[in-house]
Design a binder for this molecule. Structure first.
Ligand SMILES: [Zn+2]
Length: 231
């Protein structure tokens, strides 16, 4: 009976607020969420996860000791992934974060290295920014990943102790100076292999600074994943 009422309610809601595909605006069918099957296939996935020296991992090579690094899909100007991330970050579409985290985790589940991870920590926003936005988009993604992979997620495992300026107009060295010392662990991470999650990988300076903070606090290893890799 309860199930029947739920179905009726969902049907009623759907009548007035149909779930539309974020890619092509067509109505989604029962098993689809956020993207229709067709648009889901158009996501420019990297398939990096089984390749140790992939482009994402190599972006941090020689800068910080890490075990594994990978990204879910390519970020292209005006592309589908940019549209999805924009909706998540600026329009509060958390469903999109859950969708991306789940899709990503399904791929990571096929690797053996994911079993080495003890703890997932999303890259935090500065407290002021999080207050303005109301949530940390990387946590939404991380929570969905942790759920599927059955790995604990520490929402506030790292604190952003210093406000950092926008990175876009800076050189690589300036970017690192801008973020170094920006993070401080907020929980005991000694002896753990920590997986850091960020939304977009550009220069890698943010992940570099966060990895260093985690290692300084006694983590035995760090790895990182990002939803997108920008060129
Ligand atoms: Zn579509």
């Amino acid at each position: 009976m309860k199930e029947k009422i739920k179905q009726m309610y969902e049907g009623f809601v759907h009548l007035f607020f149909p779930n539309l595909c974020e890619g092509c605006s067509r109505s989604l069918v029962a098993d689809e969420s956020v993207l229709c099957l067709h648009c889901k296939q158009l996501l420019p996935r990297t398939a990096y996860h089984h390749i140790p020296e992939n482009e994402s991992a190599m972006r941090l090579a020689g800068r910080v000791p890490y075990s594994y690094g990978t990204s879910f899909a390519y970020f292209t100007e005006k592309g589908l992934l940019q549209h999805l991330l924009h909706g998540l970050k600026y329009k509060g579409k958390k469903k999109t974060g859950v969708f991306l985290g789940t899709e990503f985790a399904r791929e990571l589940r096929t690797t053996s290295w994911i079993n080495e991870i003890d703890l997932i920590i999303p890259i935090p926003l500065h407290a002021k920014k999080e207050r303005e936005r109301g949530f940390n988009q990387s946590f939404v993604v991380a929570a969905a990943m942790g759920k599927l992979l059955q790995i604990p997620v520490a929402e506030n495992g790292l604190l952003r102790v210093r406000h950092t300026e926008s990175q876009t107009q800076k050189t690589r060295l300036e970017r690192l100076e801008n973020v170094s010392g920006a993070f401080k662990p907020n929980i005991a991470i000694e002896g753990k292999h920590v997986l850091l999650i960020d939304d977009v990988l550009t220069s890698g300076a943010t992940l570099e600074a966060a990895s260093l903070a985690v290692l300084e606090a006694g983590a035995v290893g760090t790895s990182f994943v990002t939803i997108a890799i920008a060129s």
